[in-house]
Design a protein around this ligand. Structure first.
Ligand code: AMP
Ligand code: GLY
Length: 434
């Protein structure tokens, strides 16, 4: 089976490893791919922001399945263009991808379909926004979100009125181009944040979904959740303090109305939705939708999933997914990110990596092969992932493997899952503050 995988990072390498482990023989083509992905197949240079270019390649090479990693191609309409050729795509139509591509659209969707979320105002006018900040009644921080895609940098939690005004003015002046000329202001939510992934297959006469285990990402660069935000320094799942009734509550309060809302609005969804959830004193509230797998959450989920990934993604892509409970290993999985010196502000590239035999799954995110040697080539360079019967054992296994991957300036958090482990060991649940 010929599969075209769109993307090049750690998420895609984890997906590729799982696709290649399928019972079906897979001929993998990655676009644009990476040197690590080239070891699992071939790579083709395609501009993923140009649906016509990707569709032309698909028309000529007729893959049996296309799997989209990142959100940008989906928002650009790549999945629509490929589906129009009759080729199955695991990835949403542009109209659905708008749930990530426009925060204002997502908030309106949540409100229209009764999905619990922070109170918000969508602003497109400078004077109206300034007045809103000056008369702000929802408490601090004031949450400002650039409407469009901003490479994960479009959300600011302003601690003061002055900071909110400064951020707002920068957004309106085009800090992220047109993406920040519409701004969503939100009331702050306080609670426990988690990542909930759902496979969704929805069209006018079919609506099926399946939950993947809830995970938790660690966004800050330093241990103890200190320092600047990153794309994610490590994740683990499932969460030891989340009871079956908590998962059921998220299914009923957030997932069901989302799936019904998609169908009501005439949207076609064929892929994954990643719900950013804040579990507040009132229960779970939706922070955001992503229309793709999370990174590094995917690296965790691929450790847990005990299914043939090719069959699973194909069922969704072909619109014949039947609702069911996904088969999972009775384990806890963990993925740690090994980041480059300078990350997240910069990333020191070209640094040679000393690689032993980690004994856990090695995933390449931002690496390159240079003169027969792996070198750093991005902020998040590699991941180590594994699973074990419990979180403590999984953490120990990662710890033991860390000495096998080294380079000067490598940054790693050794506390992935630690707070959660202590929380669970203290008998606390998702309802309790950390
Ligand atoms: P988003 O891209 O909307 O998920 O926002 C990025 C991050 O900002 C989230 O992962 C949260 O940690 C934080 N965040 C977003 N919205 C809120 C909110 N209303 N209250 C508190 N934190 C938020
Ligand atoms: N780990 C968060 C994300 O993929 O957006």
């Amino acid at each position: 089976m010929k599969i075209l995988l769109l993307g090049s990072g750690g998420r895609e390498h984890a997906l590729a490893l799982k696709l290649k482990a399928s019972a079906t023989a897979v001929e993998l083509v990655s676009a644009p791919g990476s040197d690590a992905l080239a070891e699992l197949g071939t790579c083709v240079k395609l501009d993923l922001e140009r649906p016509v270019e990707v569709a032309q390649w698909c028309a000529a090479h007729r893959p049996d399945l296309v799997v989209a990693g990142p959100e940008v191609p989906l928002v650009a309409g790549v999945a629509d263009a490929i589906r129009a050729l009759g080729i199955p795509v695991f990835g949403h139509d542009a109209a659905t991808a708008h749930l990530e591509g426009s925060k204002a659209f997502a908030k309106a969707f949540m409100q229209r379909h009764g999905i619990p979320t922070a109170a918000s105002h969508t602003i497109t006018d400078l004077a109206a926004g300034e007045a809103l900040v000056r008369g702000w009644t929802h408490g601090f921080p004031i949450v400002l979100k650039a409407d469009g895609l901003a490479a994960g940098k479009g959300v600011v939690l302003a601690q003061t009125e002055a900071e909110a005004l400064e951020t707002f003015r920068a957004f309106m002046a085009g800090q992220f181009g047109d993406a920040s000329r519409t701004v969503v202001f939100e009331a702050p939510l306080v609670g426990m944040e988690l990542s909930l992934h759902v496979l969704v297959d929805v069209d006018a006469d079919h609506a099926a979904y399946a939950l993947l285990p809830a995970c938790q990402d660690h966004k800050r660069i330093f241990e103890g959740d200190q320092g600047p935000n990153t794309g994610g320094m490590g994740a683990f799942g499932p969460l030891p303090f989340l009871r079956p009734e908590d998962i059921e509550r998220m299914r009923v309060d957030l997932v069901e109305p989302t799936v019904k809302g998609l169908q009501k609005d005439g949207l076609v969804a064929r892929g994954v939705l990643f719900l950013g959830v804040m579990w507040t004193a009132q229960g779970p509230e939706l922070l955001e939708y992503n229309v793709r797998f999370g990174d590094p959450e995917t690296q965790v989920l691929m450790q847990l999933l005990d299914e043939d990934l090719v069959s699973l993604l194909l069922e969704v892509a072909e619109g014949r997914f039947a609702p069911r409970t996904l088969k999972l290993k009775p384990h806890t999985a963990i993925a740690v990110v090994l980041a480059a010196e300078g990350y997240p502000e910069t990333a020191k590239k070209g640094v040679p990596i000393t690689l032993g035999a980690p004994g856990t799954t090695l995933i390449h995110a931002g690496t390159k092969r240079q003169d027969g040697q792996w070198v750093t080539n991005g902020g998040r360079v590699m991941n180590l992932a594994t699973s074990a019967p419990d979180l403590a054992t999984a953490r120990d296994a990662i710890d033991a493997s860390l000495s096998q991957v080294q380079w000067p300036g490598m940054q790693v958090r050794r506390d992935i899952g630690l707070k959660a482990l202590r929380h669970a060991q203290a008998g606390k649940t998702v309802q309790d503050a950390w």
